[in-house]
Design a protein around this ligand. Structure first.
Ligand code: F6R
Length: 612
């Protein structure tokens, strides 16, 4: 939800700022803007629409300036217009602010500032911070860091803020509360951004910031303080992603690249997870046998695609570790009275590690005494930092807004947790665990096989481009896959799509079927309860009412009633979601391309949802 970047150093600032914004555009793309650190009065340019509109507006004759801040927006307060785009400036045009998040008490702030003579030019919550900082900087004799500390103390909500002032343009001050901000340490230059992807071409050294920490950067160094001004020691870490991961590498879209990266992402997430004594190695969970003995239940919290990974966690953990698992949408969790205590393990799943709904649910669970385990793809992000333990997925940076490789690695991660718990609880023998793990190790090769044969599926997809609605059916572990297939299609193709448990059809959804309605059914082959036959009956039911049915089934499985069959390699039922999801990702991707949609940046969405 909004990407922010700051640069100070010897380079012409426009290059790292625009490159950084391009890398952060996945976070929001309603409008974009920059403030360059020109003395006397800042150079500001901002435009509604994608970054390219800003680039076109900048033209050739830019001032040669060595510091600045940039913003790409996902609108919350105030529509996506030129005047609401960030940066926002004070009335002298000397101080500029960019912001990711929401200032909850901005109405009061604005009224106070207006009564003191400040003139507002936008409908945003952010602008009040620019005016407030302007006053406070004067009060603190030109010290922007001190002004930021005092300003933040009076703000409510979630925010990352960066500010720059024309009188000391080489200095940029930032602060974060519940929104991400990282510092990049260069040689004679320093950076700030929502995500390391913004400056990964320039440095691999990063510093993480805690809640309510104020950071001041200049070309010669950085300093961090708390809100009382007490200095804090920077916590440096090395960035392990390389910049090629943040480029399209010959693919037309990041999403397609990321779909094709899935074999490696899954393999990397499995790497080193079984030792030579056939034990699952998840030392980072820090769970002792005593912890496990006290464990009464597991609650999984997540949103969107990550929630579907959570649903699969329930099937696997209950099957293997024989412990009760509840899965809940993070956005709903804290608005009831969940029964959790110190005997509950909460697993918070999040690719970005910044999703506000998940973060708030996590905090609620923590306050009730639960132990929190994060499953996350983004190093040092807020959710892992606030958890008791973290299991990182190794998907690499996911740039496309629609989640693909992160999802598969989330499923792998929660499956590993299930096997680990099964071992610690003595429910599965080491040899049983090994044989399951051996099946998992086969998955990257099987995903590869699917990807090698997607062309006919892409062609088939194009034939459905005029459909108004697509339904997805699944049973057992195929049910979350159906939900995920529908979610991908909605967000990318802007089509009505719904996923159903096959058994629910007759309880209502079958009324949606009309002549020609495409229905995609995921056949749960080899399931111990013989569900494949039941699903094939569902296929017949919708076919009899005019549906055009595509069945996803493993090789060799007998399929009746389908117009088209998409084959996936043979795997035990519990692993079929990892394979069956891939054709559905390709289906949604191809549909979006055919319908002329922006695949990597679908309308109204943003990658990292840092507002509730
Ligand atoms: C869908 C998608 C979203 C995210 C959801 C949670 O393709 O990407 O539904 O899964 O916003 O995001 P994270 O995993 O970052 O918490």
């Amino acid at each position: 939800m909004c990407g922010i970047v700051g640069y100070t150093g010897p380079q012409s600032a426009i290059t790292p700022l625009i490159e950084g914004l391009r890398r952060l555009e996945y976070r929001g793309y309603d409008s974009a803007g920059i403030a360059l650190g020109t003395p006397d009065r800042l150079y500001i340019e901002k435009r509604a629409g994608k970054l390219v509109n800003l680039e076109n507006a900048l033209g050739e004759s830019l001032p040669e300036v060595h510091s600045g801040i940039g913003h790409t927006r996902w609108a919350t307060h105030g529509g996506p217009t030129d005047r609401n785009a960030h940066p926002h400036v004070d009335n002298e045009g000397k101080l500029a602010v960019i912001h990711n998040g929401i200032i909850e008490n901005y109405t009061q702030l604005r009224a106070d500032l207006e009564s003191r003579g400040h003139r507002f030019d936008s409908d945003t919550d952010t602008e009040s911070v620019a005016h407030l900082l302007s006053d406070l900087r004067k009060k603190h004799g030109g010290d922007l860091s001190a002004a930021m500390r005092e300003a933040v103390a009076s703000l409510r909500g979630s925010f990352t803020l960066l500010a720059i002032h024309a009188d000391q343009p080489e200095v940029i001050v930032g602060v974060r509360r519940n929104s991400p901000l990282v510092v990049g340490l260069g040689v004679g230059e320093n950076f700030m951004a929502s995500d390391v992807a913004a400056f990964i071409d320039y440095t691999k050294r990063a510093v993480e910031l805690g809640q309510d920490e104020v950071v001041t950067i200049s070309p010669s160094g950085i300093s961090i303080t708390n809100l009382d001004g007490a200095p804090l020691q920077p916590k440096e870490y090395a960035i392990t992603w390389d910049s090629s991961a943040a480029q399209k590498g010959g693919f037309n879209h990041f999403m397609l690249k990321e779909i094709f990266e899935q074999p490696k992402a899954v393999a990397d997430t499995l790497l080193g997870r079984l030792n030579d004594r056939n034990q699952i190695v998840l030392d980072e969970l820090h769970l002792t046998k005593e912890d496990i003995q006290g464990l009464k239940k597991i609650v999984v919290l997540a949103c969107g695609t990550a929630f579907h990974a959570g649903m699969l966690a329930k099937y696997a953990i209950e099957k293997w570790a024989k412990i009760s698992v509840e899965v809940e949408l993070a956005s709903e969790f804290r608005y009831r009275d969940p029964l959790i205590d110190s005997n509950t393990l909460v697993i918070a799943i999040s690719q970005s590690g910044e999703t506000m709904d998940t973060l708030m649910a996590l905090r609620h669970a923590k306050a009730s005494g639960a132990r929190i385990l994060a499953v996350c793809n983004t190093n040092s992000s807020t959710i892992p930092r606030e958890s008791d333990a973290v299991l990182y997925t190794h998907a690499g940076p996911e740039i496309a807004v629609a989640s693909t490789k992160a999802f598969l690695t989330q499923v792998i991660a929660v499956y590993l947790i299930g096997l680990h718990l099964a071992q610690l609880r003595g429910v599965m023998s080491d040899l049983e665990v090994k044989s399951v793990f051996d099946e998992m190790v086969e998955l990257p090769g099987k995903i590869e096989q699917i990807l090698e044969t997607v062309e006919p599926l892409r062609e088939l997809t194009r034939g459905f481009a005029q459909s108004t609605s697509v339904l997805f059916l699944g049973r057992n572990v195929g049910f979350p896959v159906a939900l995920e297939g529908a979610l991908k299609l909605k967000e990318l193709a802007y089509m009505h799509a719904e996923g159903f448990a096959g058994g629910e059809l007759k309880h209502g959804p079958i009324a949606l079927i009309e002549e020609g309605t495409p229905v995609i059914a995921i056949l749960p082959v080899g399931h111990e309860h013989g569900l494949d036959e039941k699903m094939l009956s569902n296929v017949q039911e919708v076919k009899a009412r005019g549906a055009k049915v595509i069945v996803i089934a493993q090789e060799g499985a007998e399929v009746t009633g389908a117009e088209h069959v998409i084959r996936i390699p043979i795997a035990p039922a519990i692993f079929q979601p990892i394979l069956a999801t891939v054709p559905l990702q390709v289906f949604a991707y191809e549909m979006a391309v055919t319908r002329g949609n922006d695949v990597d940046q679908p309308r109204n969405l943003a990658k990292s949802v840092t507002v509730e």
